[in-house]
Design a protein around this ligand. Sequence first.
Ligand code: GLU
Ligand code: MG
Length: 437
Amino acid sequence: MNREEIVMVCAPDISGQVRGKSIPLADLHGRSGRGIGWVPTNVQITTFNTIANSPFGSLGDLLMVPDPNAEVRVDFGDGSPSEHFFLGNILYTDGSPWECCLRGRLAQALDALSAETGLKLRSAFELEFQFLDGSPGYGPGFSLTGLRKKKRFGEAYLAALRQAGVEPDSFLREWGDQQYEVTMHPQLGIKAADHALSIRELARATAERLNDPVTFTPIRDLNGAGNGVHIHMSLEDKTGSPATYDPSRTAGLSEVAGQFVAGILFHLPDITAMVAPSLISYARLTPHRWSAAFNNLGHRDREAAVRICPVAELPGMDVAKQFNVEFRVGDSAASPHLQLAALVFAGLDGIRKRMKPPAPTEEDLALLSPSQLEKRGIAPLPDNLSEALDRLEKSEAVRSWFGALFQDVYVKHKRRELEFLDGKTIKESCQLYERVY
Ligand code: GLU
Ligand code: MG
């Protein structure tokens, strides 16, 4: 059968999806400068395909322009059509950036970080997901049986990631039911978020080829493990030297990295609705799931909102190069670009205001009473999406970073998602989310 290759120009959006339009590959060159036409109200298409209240209505036109540095082309070698897309930036028709373009917002946050501090952010995403087939034989967590069960998938998946320019770090059987995890090598700037997006999309593309569906939904079963997105971050100075480590300071966190973390924790209640943006995200963010339930800095603690990670200190190993902190609150209902943009804006504010990080905790905070927590200045994270959205809506910080238009659009979008789920049980909501993510 004759075929003509189709390529998609697309961008991450508020609902955590990737949306765009596809064109004949043969036309790409001729239109790479202006890309494709895009509609402002598309930003209000929710995860359940309803359209939230939009300030744009039927008006307005935008351009989605492909970024030549963000092309993914994967040939699975099985005769199936290649997976071919470009991530793009959404611009007004005069070329100025559109406020609701998430990739553009991340670029803006990273530019501000480097302009004001000379620092660059290197980050790596760690994503958990689950297979949807109910067949037995997944074996115990982290087992060879579990790897064997999905090795065919894993190897096709790693080959696809490699072709897409993503450097896989691991593919492993996680602990939860049918749960696996994939991690990547750290990348500078926007590339890290682009790769995180490819990691999700290429898992779906592999699943499609092998007829073996997966879900990255935040949680499937309240009695089981959640699927987190952990973001490892480190800072580099102008010379490319690591700037996160200082052995003379508490837990080895350098002064500037401490300020960056302090900014993230200070603003966390205001940005939780961006990093954990679904109704069911808050079922994951509960104690003893190794996600995060409190607004805290933990020293090597897998239940902390921000964890100071361990490093290998064997002879000849460079500790400063490895040293990083891990943000554990996020999940895959969010766009990686928006997650990272919110973290960078918050962290940069911490540097600007020379905020001091809290003392790192090293204990089970869920065992402390509310008054003990209060005495130590540790607050729980927002309890549900509605509460998190109220915080975001009132946040002057969010308004100053993202602008009033985006803040309004975001809150309306997410409230429409909640409205759609109104009256449904948590189990029904989990089932709906798992089909989308
Ligand atoms: N499943 C946990 C989460 O929801 C993370 C487990 C781990 O890798 O430490 O974030
Ligand atoms: Mg894990």
